[in-house]
Design a protein around this ligand. Structure first.
Ligand SMILES: [Cu+2]
Length: 118
């Protein structure tokens, strides 16, 4: 009884805080500055959108996998300005830039949404 009430209350408070517009999904931004993904590690909820913003003239890729092996989960070749992806599965997703694999690496951690696990 106590656990169930806690979940309901949490759900109510989250909706209250995030408003009715976006409900659960958010967009989380990663900037590419001086050939670095910032922040290098991000944590999102399932269904959130991750947006990479390239702030410089240099071209970069956002390629899932452990450098230098792409795993084809997502790939943006030659990001000039922005690239967005929404990941539907939980887990740890390594990614890197194919043009600068030695220095440009990042991780996306996808957590379950608050709706799950009830
Ligand atoms: Cu790069």
């Amino acid at each position: 009884m106590t656990a169930k009430n806690t979940f309901s209350l949490t759900g109510f408070l989250l909706i209250f805080f995030f408003g009715s517009g976006g409900v659960w999904a958010e967009t989380v931004e990663v900037k590419i500055i001086k050939s670095t993904f910032i922040p290098a590690v991000i944590e999102v909820k399932k269904g959130d959108t991750i947006r990479w913003v390239n702030t410089e003239e240099l071209l970069h890729t956002v390629t899932s996998g452990k450098a230098p092996m792409p795993d084809k989960e997502f790939n943006a070749a030659y990001v000039k300005k922005e690239f967005e992806v929404t990941l539907g599965n939980e887990g740890f997703f390594d990614y890197y830039c194919e043009l600068h694999p030695a220095i440009m690496r990042g991780v996306v951690i996808v957590r379950p949404t608050g709706e799950e696990g009830k």
